[in-house]
Design a protein around this ligand. Structure first.
Ligand SMILES: [Zn+2]
Length: 179
């Protein structure tokens, strides 16, 4: 077994965990996934997926802005750093397989051992990992337009094209781009 690859600082006075200065929470996988499924059941998948997309996209942009400043990273390096950190924090193992930041902007990302696929395989309708679609549009939006107003490129879209939760595929696959 290995040790965490992310730096974790615990404030002895407040008990707050931080990585790179950002407050973090360490929680059981089943807790996160049970909450996720409960909200999906209450709202219906389409409504929840849309809400989640917006919220996670916003959070991804916030994270990329903060990390880009903290480490002095370019937008492209921040994009890759984001998926490395998600992988190091246990969400699953993300791999950026294709990335075009100019011209036909878009790419594809594969994901092995997704928390949702591992926890819900065979129990829910696939694709299971749509929460990550907003993670990806946020990070890619940051890459192509950064935090600069007036650099609008239009919305970024992303879809989980297939999901290991179906018991057929070995990993999940996300395709994204600026339509
Ligand atoms: Zn999946």
């Amino acid at each position: 077994m290995g040790s965490p690859q992310v730096p974790i600082d615990v404030d002895p006075g407040t008990g707050i965990w931080r990585t790179d200065g950002l407050p973090m929470i360490y929680l059981p996988r089943h807790f996160l996934v049970n909450n996720h499924v409960a909200v999906e059941e209450a709202l219906g998948r389409d409504a929840y997926r849309a809400i989640l997309h917006k919220a996670t996209e916003k959070s991804a942009i916030h994270w990329c802005q903060a990390e880009s400043k903290t480490h002095g990273l370019t937008r492209a390096a921040t994009f890759r750093h984001y998926f490395k950190r998600l992988s190091q924090r246990g969400w699953g193992q993300f791999s950026v397989d294709r990335l075009e930041a100019s011209g036909e902007r878009g790419g594809s990302i594969s994901l092995h051992n997704s928390v949702f696929a591992l926890e819900l395989r065979g129990r829910c309708q696939t694709p299971l990992c749509y929460m990550f679609e907003g993670f990806i549009t946020g990070a890619f939006g940051f890459l192509v337009r950064g935090a600069e107003p007036g650099e609008e490129t239009g919305p970024v879209s992303c879809v989980e094209s297939w999901c290991a939760g179906d018991g057929v595929h070995r990993h999940c696959e996300f395709d994204f781009g600026c339509p």
